[in-house]
Design a protein around this ligand. Structure first.
Ligand code: ZN
Length: 476
């Protein structure tokens, strides 16, 4: 019988924090500026420059630590991680090794109704490196230091995950916690959240871990799932062949669906860590921790429970709406204005999600004024526009953020509610469609649908369908 293997996975997740300025200087963290314009002597490693810690970085890191059930370290400090690389102008990175800001936490994940805790070993603050751009046209490499010094937290899990589903659930959980805290937008595909996967395999039933490899360069949930599958297979094949897994860092190439060795995996000792001499230790009082706890906003689970209670919307809808903090904000804002949670939820779940999908968008890319949707719902309820018109207007609100009232006015889209005017049209339709009228009298209820359709067509979609229905029944 062939041997049974188990995959053991731990994650190192880097999250770019949402501060306005960098971790040790006042340069902007804004993404997308011209190369090397968000720089100064500190973040380009000039001799004699000194770092000054951004307090907001500590507060965001504390907030993430508290929300993931970590202990906050009362006296934490920074260390230098020494290495040369062109994107690292100081030749060292200021990070934390000996006393990281938070440790020994966990998050709970749920898979097919089964709950599991994934433990967090530790969480530390550090600065990001610059970016190398390899220019194939000139066969040269360029460096942009705009990202150098952007604050990061690195969240290191215990090797508690056993398959790709658990990894996805863990990342999704972290993403939501961090987004809800406002500590980062935590977008995997834009690099504000990045995951390195440490993976080893062992025979089922053994206690000892196998030799692990680390995979970098994973920037989507799909790539992570494929990389886990590919690396598990590669390691099992090596072991089955009687060969050894080498401890190394590997780069996953999602296009080729295979990984290749980048370098042998370093240990902490390779970096010659030592305490950062230019920064004083950070003293974190109990009062400061309590303050952070008090400021903690409503997180996803609490919001989900409240939606169920307060709005009586289906569980599935509540899960989708709260699955993005941004979407939840739009829902709440629109509900506040219209007072009709179920209708708001329906519009977002049906038309909103359809448009997100059709336009290949993320929920975070939705940018219309909640007031516009509240107005559309109100106009439908008052019978001033019908559903067809409402959908057309909502699509324009969603795509171009138009003013719905102005648009309806300009295009003359208000429903015709004038019974006398509609009666004339209905009479005409009845006269012109004797076959359908006969069908209706012979018990074919569906025939009335056709007559409604014909009336709407004659009215260019602007008739109030309720009144048309009523008139048809009366006149038939
Ligand atoms: Zn700077």
């Amino acid at each position: 019988m062939s041997k049974q293997y188990e995959t053991v996975i731990g994650l190192e997740v880097h999250v770019e924090l949402a501060t306005k300025t960098k971790i040790f200087c006042g340069c902007s963290t804004e993404f997308g500026g011209a190369p090397n314009t968000h720089t100064c002597p500190v973040c380009t490693g000039q001799p004699g420059s000194l770092p000054v810690l951004n307090k907001q970085v500590v507060e965001y890191a504390m907030a993430i630590g508290v929300a993931t059930n970590c202990d906050i370290t009362p006296i934490c400090k920074f260390d230098r991680k020494n290495y040369f690389y062109p994107d690292n102008p100081q030749n060292y990175q200021i990070s934390q090794l000996y006393l990281p800001i938070a440790h020994d936490g966990y998050v709970e994940i749920e898979i097919n109704g089964k709950k599991k805790k994934v433990r967090i070993h530790e969480m530390h603050m550090e600065e990001d490196a610059g970016k190398l751009i390899h220019d194939e046209w000139t066969n040269s490499s360029l460096v942009d230091y705009n990202r150098s010094g952007v604050p990061l937290v690195e969240i290191v899990s215990e090797p508690d995950m056993r398959n790709a589903d658990e990894v996805m659930a863990y990342l999704e959980k972290l993403r939501l916690i961090i987004q809800y805290l406002g500590a980062s937008d935590a977008k995997l595909h834009e690099g504000s959240m990045r995951a390195d996967v440490n993976l080893s395999v062992r025979e089922v039933g053994t206690e000892e871990f196998g030799t692990r490899t680390e995979m970098k360069n994973l920037n989507s949930f799909k790539a992570i799932a494929r990389a886990i599958e590919g690396e598990t297979k590669r390691q099992i094949e090596l072991i089955e062949d009687g060969r050894k897994v080498v401890q190394e860092t590997r780069r996953w190439d999602d296009n080729k669906e295979s990984s290749h060795a980048m370098r042998s995996k370093e240990d902490a000792k390779d970096y010659r860590y030592f305490p950062e001499p230019d920064l004083v230790p950070i003293s974190i009082s109990k009062e400061w921790i309590s303050e952070i706890k008090e400021k903690q906003p409503e997180l996803r689970e609490e919001k989900l429970a409240r939606y169920k209670e307060e709005f009586e919307i289906p569980k599935y809808d509540a899960e989708i709406l709260t699955g993005s903090k941004h979407l939840a904000d739009i829902f709440e804002e629109t509900t506040k204005l219209s007072g009709k949670p179920k209708k708001v939820s329906n519009w977002l779940m049906v038309e909103g999600l359809r448009l997100v999908k059709e336009n290949n968008m993320e929920m975070e890319d939705i940018h219309f004024k909640p007031a516009s949707l509240a107005i559309i719902i109100d106009l439908v309820d008052k019978g001033e526009i019908n559903n067809q018109v409402a959908k057309e207007v909502f699509e324009l609100v969603f795509k171009e953020d138009i003013d719905p009232e102005k648009y309806i006015e300009e295009k003359g889209l208000k429903s015709v509610n004038d019974t006398d005017e509609l009666k004339k049209v209905v009479e005409e339709i009845i006269a012109n469609n004797p076959k359908s009228v006969e069908d209706y009298h012979n018990g074919k209820e569906k025939a009335i649908g056709f007559l409604v359709g014909q009336t709407m067509k004659a009215m260019k979609g602007k008739a109030n369908p309720g009144i048309v229905n009523k008139l048809l029944k009366e006149l038939l």
